[in-house]
Design a binder for this molecule. Structure first.
Ligand SMILES: C[S@@+](CC[C@H](N)C(=O)[O-])C[C@H]1O[C@@H](n2cnc3c(N)ncnc32)[C@H](O)[C@@H]1O
Length: 256
């Protein structure tokens, strides 16, 4: 499990929060009494929930004390908890169990997803977004660079740090347990200044386990240089000098 850096993560805060807004806009709940935001990070997703449901009691939970400190500093009157969503159990069910961009950091979705749905009150919803772009150059290139002889032996955990499944997996798992389920995917085309911005983005999320497996800054610089050489080719500049960074995401909302 990598350590998190709220400042690095929020360098692309607006782009990272757009899927939160899109997920919220599709949830068919009028006035959920209590909401939990699992993997709330620095509180950006929790703030979007607050903007939609101003009267709800909203709790933010994250396994990273650094992220919770950052969320708390921005919104001290909120309720913030350090905890592991994979084994979290609600004392009382929540009308909305929400999670944006966290589930892929948790293994064993066969066990975890039904358990999360169990924490939802009747009539409520479990709403989740996970990245679904593991066949993209972003991941293909880091997997190849991670197999360099200099460090491949130390990269096994980083290579398996993220868990992902296709939409049908979540449908088969949750449909029998839910009153209804919506699933969809969206590809965002982020306009970034250049391939170095892709690396900067990745440093705030999926690149962290690979960097943390290395011995020192010299190895980290070497890995990033090799990755950049590849990103220069896989993310060509558009006519105006910008690049388009495609990012596919899977959303599902299961109602009880
Ligand atoms: C990519 S950030 C998402 C932040 C925010 N929800 C958003 O929408 O931008 C992922 C967050 O999930 C948290 N996380 C990862 N594994 C977790 C777990 N097992 N339990 C709780 N939080 C976890 C990380 O600490 C990190 O803050």
């Amino acid at each position: 499990m990598p350590t998190w850096d709220a400042r690095q993560y929020l360098k692309f805060g607006d782009e990272r929060t757009q899927p939160v807004r899109d997920l919220i806009s599709r949830i068919r709940l009028e006035n959920p009494r209590c909401i939990i935001d699992l993997g709330c990070g620095p509180g950006n997703s929790t703030e979007a929930l607050r903007n939609r449901w101003r009267a709800s009691a909203i709790v933010g939970l994250d396994s990273s004390p650094e992220m919770i400190r950052s969320a708390q500093a921005k919104y001290p009157q909120g309720e913030w908890l350090v905890g592991d969503a994979a084994c979290w159990l609600a004392a009382d069910p929540f009308e909305l169990v929400f999670s944006n961009a966290m589930l892929h950091w948790v293994p064993d979705h066969e066990r975890v997803c039904p358990r999360l749905l169990d924490q939802v009150a009747p009539g409520g919803a479990l709403a989740i977004q996970v990245p679904a772009h593991y066949d993209s150059p972003l991941h293909r290139e880091i997997l190849e660079v991670s197999r360099e002889p200099a460090w491949t032996d130390r990269m096994a955990a980083a290579r398996s740090a993220l868990t992902n499944h296709p939409p049908g997996f979540y449908y088969d798992l949750l449909k029998p347990l839910a009153a209804d389920i919506d699933l969809w995917e969206t590809t965002y085309y982020h306009q970034l200044a250049g391939p170095e911005s892709v690396l900067e983005w990745f440093r705030g999320s999926g690149l962290r386990p690979f960097l943390e497996a290395l011995r020192d800054d010299s190895e980290r610089r070497s890995l990033e240089t090799k990755l950049m050489e590849r990103y220069q080719k896989t993310y060509p500049r558009r006519a105006d000098g910008q690049i388009l960074f495609p990012f596919r995401r899977l959303f599902f909302v299961a109602y009880r």
